[in-house]
Design a binder for this molecule. Structure first.
Ligand code: HPA
Ligand code: ZN
Length: 338
C-alpha cells in the first residue's frame, strides 16, 4: 500500500462498533492488576503470557480470555482498562465507539454488576468530557451459558438501564445458535434495547439468518460467512444490515488462513455494509488502525473503499440522527480535503 493511503485510513474519522472491553486488557496492565489484587496468573511473565496467544480457533482464545479477565476486581480496574482502550482509540481517530462487555464473566466471580458498569461508565464520561468522544455500552450474553442465566443477568443490569444501549451475544458460537436466546432477546426488544449478535464467524450462515429472523438483531457481528449463501447475501445487502468485521481477529482465530485471504473486498463488492473493527485488540495484534492498515496492505482496496468504510461505521452506529449526520459530514469533509 502506498504511504498516502496508509496515512489516510489512519487519519480518517471513524467509529468502532465491535470491541470487547475485556479483550483490550494488555498483558502489562493484566500483570499490574494481578499484583495489586493479589491474584496469581498461570503465567510467569508478560512474555510467557504473550507466547500463549497462539490460537487455533475461537475456543482456544476464549479459554485464555476468560482466565485473563480474572484480574479485574475493583471499580478502578474496570476504569483503568477502559481508559487505556479509549486512549488507543482516540489516538486512532475513533470519534465514536460502541463497547461490548461480558458481565457474566465478572458476576460469576462475585463481582457486583455495579462495580463493572460504574468503572467502565466513568471512563466513557471522561473521554466525552476531555475529547468529545462519544461512547456507549452493549451488554453481551455468553451464549455457552443458558438462557435462564441470561435472564438473570438482564435482571441484575436493569437498575443500570440508562448506562447501556443494547445487548449482544458472544462466546462459543458453534452449537449455540441464536434461537437459544429467543425469549430473552424478545424481552430486551420490549425494553427498547438495541439488539446485535455475533453470527457467521465460526458458525454457519444459517446463524445469521436466525439472528435476523428470530432475534431481530439490527447488526451482525462478524458475519463474514454470509457469502457462503448467495440468497442471504442479497437479503443482508438489500436490508442494509451492517456487518462489524474484525480482520486481524479472523486471521488469529483461523477463520481465514492469512490476511490476504480475507473476504472484505468481496463483502463490499456484494453491496454489504461492512465495517472494520478490532474485536479483542490486546489479543489479536492491534487496535482499529492496525486492522485498517493490515487490510489495505494486503487487499487491492482504494481510497473510495476507505471513505465507504468510514461512512459505514457511523451509518451503522446507534447514534441519534443529528450526531450521526454530523460525523458523516466530518468524514466527507475529511475526504474532500485529504
Ligand atoms: N467471538 C465470540 N466471542 C467473543 C469474541 C469473538 O470474536 N471476542 C470476545 N468474545
Ligand atoms: Zn467479538
Amino acid at each position: 500500500m502506498n504511504q498516502t493511503l496508509r496515512e489516510l485510513v489512519c487519519a480518517m474519522p471513524k467509529a468502532e462498533l465491535h470491541m470487547h472491553i475485556e479483550g483490550s486488557l494488555e498483558p502489562e496492565l493484566m500483570f499490574e492488576m494481578a499484583e495489586r489484587n493479589g491474584i496469581r496468573l498461570p503465567y510467569a511473565s508478560v512474555d510467557e503470557l504473550r507466547r500463549a496467544y497462539a490460537f487455533t480457533d475461537l475456543q482456544s482464545f476464549l479459554d485464555i480470555y476468560y482466565a485473563g479477565a480474572s484480574v479485574l476486581q475493583t471499580e478502578r480496574d474496570f476504569y483503568d482498562m477502559t481508559r487505556a482502550y479509549l486512549e488507543r482509540a482516540h489516538a486512532d481517530n475513533v470519534r465514536h465507539t460502541e463497547i461490548f462487555f461480558d458481565p457474566q464473566t465478572h458476576t460469576a466471580r462475585g463481582i457486583p454488576m455495579g462495580v463493572v458498569i460504574d468503572g467502565i461508565h466513568r471512563a466513557l464520561q471522561d473521554a466525552q468530557r476531555e475529547w468529545g468522544m462519544t461512547a456507549a455500552l452493549i451488554l453481551c450474553f455468553l451464549r455457552h451459558l443458558s438462557e435462564e442465566e441470561a435472564f438473570a443477568t438482564l435482571e441484575q443490569a436493569l437498575p443500570f438501564r440508562d448506562r447501556f444501549i443494547g445487548v449482544g451475544l458472544d462466546s462459543s458460537e458453534r452449537g449455540h445458535p441464536p434461537e437459544k436466546f429467543a425469549r430473552v432477546f424478545a424481552r430486551c426488544r420490549e425494553l427498547g434495547l438495541h439488539l446485535v449478535a455475533h453470527a457467521g464467524e465460526e458458525g454457519p450462515p444459517e446463524y445469521i439468518r436466525t439472528a435476523l429472523d428470530v432475534l431481530h438483531v439490527e447488526r451482525i457481528d462478524h458475519g463474514v460467512r454470509c457469502l457462503e449463501d448467495a440468497e442471504l447475501t442479497r437479503r443482508v445487502a438489500k436490508e442494509g444490515i451492517a456487518l462489524t468485521v474484525c480482520p486481524l481477529s479472523n486471521v488469529k482465530l483461523r477463520v481465514f488462513d492469512q490476511i490476504h485471504d480475507h473476504n472484505m473486498l468481496e463483502l463490499l463488492d456484494a453491496g454489504l455494509a461492512a465495517t472494520v473493527n478490532s474485536d479483542d485488540p490486546a489479543y489479536f495484534g492491534g487496535y482499529v488502525n492496525d486492522n485498517f492498515v493490515a487490510l489495505f496492505d494486503s487487499l487491492p482496496l482504494t481510497r473510495e473503499h476507505a471513505q465507504r468504510l468510514a461512512r459505514n461505521s457511523f451509518a451503522a452506529s446507534f447514534l441519534d440522527e443529528a450526531t450521526r449526520e454530523r460525523y458523516l459530514k466530518e468524514v466527507d469533509t475529511f475526504f474532500a480535503s485529504a
